[in-house]
Design a protein around this ligand. Sequence first.
Ligand SMILES: *[C@@H]1O[C@H](CO)[C@@H](O)[C@H](O)[C@H]1NC(C)=O
Ligand SMILES: *[C@@H]1O[C@H](CO)[C@@H](O)[C@H](O)[C@H]1NC(C)=O
Ligand SMILES: *[C@@H]1O[C@H](CO)[C@@H](O)[C@H](O)[C@H]1NC(C)=O
Length: 512
Amino acid sequence: MVKRESQSSDHLTGGSHRRIMTTKLATAIAAFFLLASIAVIIAIATVQVKQRTYLSPGLKYGIVLDAGSSRTTVYLYEWPAEKENNTGVVTQTTKCPVKGPGISEMNAEAWNSLKKCMEDITNVIPPHQHKSTPIFLGATAGMRLLHQKSEELSNAVLLAIQEYLRSLPFDFHNASIISGQEEGLYGWITVNYLMGNFLEKNIWNAWVHPHGARTVGSLDLGGASTQIAFTAPPDARGTDLIKVSLYGYEYNVYTHSFLCYGKNEAEKRVLAELVQQSSDWSHINHPCYPLDYNIAIPGDDIFGSECTKRNTPTHYTPEKTFTFFGQSDPAKCKTLVKSIFDLKSCQGKESCSFNGVYQPPVTGDFMAYAGFYYTAGALDIKGSNSLEKFNSTMWSFCSMDWKTLKKIYNITEKHLKSYCYSANYVHTILADGYKFNADNWEKLNFQKEVNKTSIAWSLGYMLAQSNMIPAEAKLLKLPISNSVFATLLFLFSALTIITLMFLIITLVRMFY
Ligand SMILES: *[C@@H]1O[C@H](CO)[C@@H](O)[C@H](O)[C@H]1NC(C)=O
Ligand SMILES: *[C@@H]1O[C@H](CO)[C@@H](O)[C@H](O)[C@H]1NC(C)=O
Ligand SMILES: *[C@@H]1O[C@H](CO)[C@@H](O)[C@H](O)[C@H]1NC(C)=O
């Protein structure tokens, strides 16, 4: 004890000088680190401010023309630029229905209406963003049929519309016929994107695949074709299965498109069937049309289509007209509509829809939109969730005569006369074709939009064509500006710790 005390007192005089030097040096170093920390703080603040002023360019836009068989619809979509690759951020700004017919038969009125739509949309997008706004056109079954009829004609139609779209101030991407399989898949992508089924934010604010998330099936009914798409069981095989990777997760999607089974083309097939059964073309009974309603239909409106040309009767010439007389006969109507589906080829098979087409049994919830929605909506059974209710409502609708129908329903005559047929079509394809039954009918959701955005293949098409739903989830990592921020934060923390350590060491040295 004594020895140690004397030793330390020996040091005292020389040591005191050295300690002052050490303290000065430590203070200088601490001051340097403090200043460095302040510099880093300023840098962080500057980056933050810059990010706010330069890195938030607001909204981006995209235009898709859905060139359907009976009309074209122009959709304008918008999304926050910095969230481009997140799920569920794209919404519909506006949509413009172009007056019919579809692009395969464009007349002057349709052209003017299209030009008016494009003018209106141009006015919505800020001028400095016109050049960076992508524009796409996808043509569906109407053009698939024209292509079948005459490749030359369909190419000419596409070229004319392309030329027009290129003349607009936007970033022209693509104008082509999409396949039925693409149409089905894009519809499925739209449904699940809008429902937020692909990604969700976890508590750390990171995007993750929703735990136990289920996808929703997609049922689309257009004028010339209809599509079904849903996530298939893993053991399903065949050409109608597509594997898609979205945000790092792989989906096995079953999708089939039935050409000529759109609402309008199927109606022509029904009329063709009646013509074939009849001997007097000036008086043909139609069980689906209402009693006391009759209509003369030009032959070309029935047999001018690729879908009915094989059913053209002998002695037929395009000048012929056919006169139909409504019967309001629900039982006969059901039998007639059923007759355009080949249900025999699938009889007794579990994985088969109709016309011998492979289809795994339907599972999970389904969104039934476009023609499905409009048909169920017109009969006011879109919210109902029983097959029984659908059938009984349809039955009573089909029993009403023309006068009663017009009194009860506020629908234009052109459409009103056909809703008994379309209800039977919807009932037949869903129940007899896809095999929805009393147990799973409630899984069907008849809707036309989600959060004011139309459910249509066009959204999924734009997302896919502009790489806005990356295959890999790693694309959703922190953007560069955030990693710069993280680096600065790390430097700041490190410097603070070093400064504190120096201060502590200095204090310890001073007082002990
Ligand atoms: C979104 O993903 C695409 C394709 O991977 C990429 O090119 C683009 O830069 C991404 N955009 C944003 C805002 O992260
Ligand atoms: C245009 O779209 C079609 C159909 O989706 C696709 O096959 C084709 O590769 C696209 N062309 C371009 C240039 O992106
Ligand atoms: C539909 O309803 C009618 C009348 O109520 C009935 O005769 C018919 O059997 C029903 N059809 C089906 C498939 O349930």
